[in-house]
Write a protein that binds this ligand. Structure first.
Ligand code: NAD
Ligand code: TYD
Length: 355
């Protein structure tokens, strides 16, 4: 998948959090590529995320659902894509606990539809073709207090979300082995940054601090995640898509582990400064709530393969990334108001038992 040639690339889930940053990077960095963004615009997809590039000549948006196999086949016939970067997914662990089947439909069946369409349209002529499946470190299950996930760590998913992503990863590998489909997979740690839907930890807590609402920390807060700034993930996806080895997997992570409670306290301190509030006032909003069932204790990525083979490393420190993220939410109150209206309130009240 060398750079420089004219290419037609399908990016799925491009109106979501990570997908929108990937679409922007590809549309602006590769003007000779035609980028087709396919997204069903679920609660998590938002075309406002791409306002700045929506009229670029090399960009097309298609509203559609990857669970509809007939539609996907037609789309592949129409565009004859050279490459696919597949990000569309149901992505929230808490929602997967409430409705696991929705995750099977989009994450497993949807991925299967894309694999079948790619296999059929490419018809064994795989020269300069590539199917890139974007996955998560959650497929590896949980770590104890020490150790890191490597590319050879066994899959051991614990939530319906991670089980559905693990299943889709296996199908991608199987299509590589069985049909010779050229693929690459990456498994990334927790992302944060602009355009993150405010039901995941960091944007939810930023929004709640702005509104002086309680900060619901699950369990004792001693769960660890490895945080990566979303634009660094998009940079990694660009590298893996163009230079990653065929049938290879790359782990992507921030070398940046935080216990939830320490992260939340740091966020509170930064927000007090940014909002010019009394020191310690946001911390008073912390409330310990019922734990998530099957809550994975710790995720942490060994990203040495992508670092050594492709020269990737994060470009911003966590302090810089978090400050940029907070500034973005404070400057984009209209975006925040739009995505937290309507169905968001229903979800919030149900999830956090607000009375
Ligand atoms: P997101 O929920 O913000 O966005 C998902 C996008 O997919 C939305 O725009 C949504 O409308 C679209 N979509 C959902 N179902 C669809 C369907 N049936 N057909 C077409 N489009 C559909 O998710 P995200 O956080 O941007 O994650 C993107 C990908 O990266 C996912 O595959 C996820 O598993 C993976 N990932 C996420 C993280 C993270 O921290 N957010 C970390 C590692 C990997
Ligand atoms: P989340 O952002 O949902 O990502 P993931 O579950 O994919 O890692 O959650 C990050 C961590 O924060 C996870 O340990 C669960 C915890 N958490 C809370 O403590 N309270 C919350 O309200 C949410 C959404 C998450």
């Amino acid at each position: 998948m060398n750079e420089g040639l004219n290419k037609k690339i399908l990016i799925t889930g491009g109106a979501g959090f990570i997908g929108s940053h990937v679409v922007r990077l590809f549309v602006t960095k590769y003007p000779s590529y035609q980028i087709v963004n396919l997204d069903a615009l679920t609660y998590a997809g938002n075309l406002e995320n791409l306002k700045d590039i929506e009229s670029a000549p090399n960009y097309t948006f298609v509203k559609g659902d990857i669970t509809d196999g007939t539609f996907i086949n037609e789309l592949f016939k129409k565009y004859n894509f050279d490459g696919v970067i597949h990000l569309a997914a149901e992505s929230h662990v808490d929602r997967s606990i409430e409705d696991p089947l929705a995750f099977v439909k989009t994450n497993v069946i949807g991925t299967m539809n894309l694999l079948n369409a790619a296999k059929d349209i490419w018809k064994n002529d795989y020269e300069r073709k590539r199917f890139y499946h974007v996955s998560t470190d959650e497929v590896y299950g949980t770590l104890g207090e020490s150790g890191l996930f490597t590319e050879t760590t066994s899959y051991d998913p614990n939530s319906p979300y991670s089980a559905s992503k693990a299943s889709s990863d296996h199908f991608v590998r199987a299509y590589g082995e069985t049909y010779g489909l050229p693929y690459v997979i990456s498994n990334c740690s927790n992302n944060y940054g602009p355009n993150h839907f405010p039901e995941k930890l960091i944007p939810l807590f930023i929004n709640n601090i702005i509104q002086k609402k309680s900060l619901p920390v699950y369990g004792d807060g001693n769960y660890t995640r490895d945080w990566l700034y979303v634009i660094d993930h998009a940079r990694a996806i660009d590298l893996v898509f163009h230079r990653g080895g065929n049938h290879e997997t790359y782990n992507i992570g921030g070398f940046n582990e935080w216990k939830n409670i320490d992260l939340v306290k740091t966020l509170c301190k930064l927000m007090d400064e940014k909002l010019d509030r009394k020191s310690g006032s946001s911390e008073e909003l912390i409330t310990y709530v019922k734990d998530r069932p099957g809550h994975d204790l710790r995720y942490a990525i060994d990203a040495s393969k992508i670092n050594k083979e492709l020269g990737w490393k994060p470009s911003v420190t966590f302090e810089e990334g978090l400050a940029k993220t907070i500034d973005w939410y404070l400057e984009n109150t209209a975006w925040l108001a739009q995505v937290t209206s309507g169905a968001y309130q229903d979800y919030y009240e149900k999830q956090y038992d607000v009375s």
